[in-house]
Write a protein that binds this ligand. Sequence first.
Ligand SMILES: CC(C)(COP(=O)(O)OP(=O)(O)OC[C@H]1O[C@@H](n2cnc3c(N)ncnc32)[C@H](O)[C@@H]1OP(=O)(O)O)[C@@H](O)C(=O)NCCC(=O)NCCS
Length: 263
Amino acid sequence: MTGPGAASPVFAREAAFALQAGGRTLACAMSLVSAPLEALEAAAANWLAPEEEALLTERLAPARRQSLLAGRWAAKNALGLLAPGIAARDICILPGLFEQPVATLTGRANLQVTLAHAGGAALAVAHPESCPMGVDLERAAPEHLGALSEQTTARERERAHAALAFDEPQRLLLLWCLKEALSKALRCGLTVPFGLLEVTSLAPLPGGVRARFENFAQYEGIAFAAAPFALAVVHPHMAQWEGGEGGASPLRLHDWLASLGQR
Ligand SMILES: CC(C)(COP(=O)(O)OP(=O)(O)OC[C@H]1O[C@@H](n2cnc3c(N)ncnc32)[C@H](O)[C@@H]1OP(=O)(O)O)[C@@H](O)C(=O)NCCC(=O)NCCS
């Protein structure tokens, strides 16, 4: 798709990947972007569907306009990889009843997307509707540390401390990302008690962690941290990354995050 011009301070990465579930290959795609509002607005007419343009009312604060546009840009990058030949304007992502993104692609069924935005950046993963997924992206903010800590259990903090070679703020951010990504896969968002989303096991990955959940054994997640950002992708446990969690696709996410953080 046509995004903001190359001369603008824009970061954009996208890649297809696959999950394997019981002999089935599930085609997915991911995109991480960052762009200032002016660059996004300058190009938006090229790739926003009319119904999406209607979301951008004058009442929206600039930061919300930026996040809405960046999220849709990342989402369309990812969906476009799974549906080549469909123009970005023919992909429409509107909020569902729970504010979840609902993608409609002319001539294509069974594709959905999950997205998150933080600190001017946005992450999206496009996936088959049959394979619910959730993502989160956060930018570290020292003033949020207390709240992040309060939203973890002592068991989670102990497990993270034992398993992960990150400092305490990064461990807390990784736990938060995993739980928020799970809440999106479930479509409930953070409307449920945080304890329900508890992380039960953590195994280190290069630059990140693989996690399972106490109350949702049917899901698992990976999360990466590269200061000042952290991200998580949650997917069904029965659908495993092609090449494993330490494979090229998950690690690419970490590399993207590190590049984003260095800008
Ligand atoms: C989902 C939630 C955790 C997102 O947290 P956040 O820190 O505000 O934002 P993030 O950048 O991480 O993610 C935002 C994206 O999550 C997605 N999202 C929002 N609600 C969602 C839900 N219930 N399920 C899955 N995804 C959701 C959206 O795509 C949103 O981006 P967009 O509004 O630009 O399309 C939070 O908004 C929440 O808890 N919502 C409550 C959901 C709900 O029940 N709403 C009822 C409305 S009456």
